[in-house]
Write a protein that binds this ligand. Structure first.
Ligand code: ZN
Length: 148
C-alpha cells in the first residue's frame, strides 16, 4: 500500500517533536521509549531502535506495515514494534502510540508486576482521564510484561 509522502513528513516531524518533549521531562531516559503513528489503515511510522529521543531526525522514523514488515529502510525498528502493531489492530481509532519509560512508571510496574495491574483510587488526578469527573472512583491500569 502506498502512503502520502507529505503526511509522512508531517507525522515524522510530530514524532520527533514529541520525542524531545518526553525526553526533556525525563520520561524516556537514554535510548528508552518508542513512538509511532498511523499513516493509514495498513501502515505506521515508528521510531528506530536504540536512538536517544532528544536527537530524533526524520531518518530515525521508518514506515512499517501491520504485518511487521519494513518499507524502504535498512534501519531496525523498535523491539517493541509488535506492541504498537497490536494496539493499532485492536482499535481503528488509535492514531498514535507513545511508549515511555519514566523512572516512576518503571518502578511502579516492577512493584506491581505480580498483580499484573495497578489500582488507582481516590486520587484527584484521576480526573485527567477521559470521562472521570470525581476523585471518588478507581481505575485499573494493566501492567504488561515485555519479555523480548
Ligand atoms: Zn518498553
Amino acid at each position: 500500500m502506498m502512503f502520502n509522502p507529505v503526511l509522512l513528513t508531517t507525522k515524522t516531524r510530530q514524532i520527533c517533536e514529541v520525542g524531545r518533549f518526553l525526553f526533556e521531562r525525563g520520561w524516556c531516559p537514554a535510548t528508552s521509549g518508542n513512538y509511532s503513528c498511523r499513516l493509514n489503515k495498513e501502515l505506521i511510522a515508528i521510531t528506530v531502535s536504540g536512538h536517544p529521543k532528544d536527537e530524533l531526525t526524520q531518518e530515525d522514523v521508518i514506515v512499517m506495515n501491520m504485518m511487521g514488515n519494513i518499507l524502504e529502510s535498512t534501519k531496525k525498528p523498535s523491539s517493541e514494534t509488535p506492541l504498537h502493531i497490536l494496539l493499532y489492530q485492536m482499535d481503528d481509532n488509535i492514531e498514535a502510540v507513545l511508549h515511555t519509560h519514566s523512572v516512576n512508571a518503571t518502578v511502579l510496574s516492577r512493584l506491581y508486576a505480580q498483580q499484573l495491574k495497578l489500582k488507582l483510587e481516590n486520587y484527584e488526578v484521576l480526573k485527567a482521564f477521559h470521562r472521570i469527573t470525581t476523585h471518588d472512583t478507581q481505575e485499573i491500569v494493566p501492567i504488561f510484561l515485555c519479555l523480548l
